[in-house]
Design a protein around this ligand. Sequence first.
Ligand code: ADP
Length: 218
Amino acid sequence: MRIVLVGPPGAGKGTQAAFLAKNLSIPHISTGDLFRANISQGTPLGRQAQEFMRAGQLVPDEVTIGMAIDRMSQPDAAKGFLLDGFPRNLAQAKALDEYLHGADLRLNAVLDLEAPEAEVVRRIAGRRICRNDSSHVFHVTGRPPKTAGVCDECGGELYQREDDSEETVRKRLEVYHSETEPITDFYKAQDLVVTIPALGKVGEVTQRAMDALADRSG
Ligand code: ADP
């Protein structure tokens, strides 16, 4: 299956993507994670992305589109993938369409995670992520680790993302409304959008998503 996950920052895309990718046996491709890996390795791409991410802005398409398509072209993605954080604007959505068209592939669904703004701000403000694996996500009150600052799953160090500060979160939400939301209409026109509420327990949201995807595998 080829799935695109959309939704505001803090809707739980990363958390859900990790579970869904496992359930569906497809790779979880997160452009945010790819950028963060490049930043921590000090690559030229990472250096290019860093200032934009810090400011809560989109990394320019010239950098992002090539990186995403390169990742989608890897052998492990031949049978499908779950895209998280890409496409994030109309130009990226069109570039993805072109790539898929050229490879004679198509998307099965665009899963839209819906969450109220107050809730996403609360989630992001308390979010803590494992340095070893960004799919190990905790929340200071919502999902506290057993030991403060330590990942329950692997013992890694938990940290707060640099762009999770309140000011940057506001900017990211603004960018989401102006740049990313319009792609939902683009995909609605292709009859691909499935909207699910992202409130409730993590497992409940995963189940809703799996139910919504069940009849989209063809
Ligand atoms: P979130 O969905 O919580 O905002 P991500 O990890 O997906 O977090 O993205 C973090 C940042 O990485 C974004 O604010 C942006 O700067 C950059 N980024 C990720 N994906 C893209 C993309 N497709 N296009 C441009 N910038 C991106």
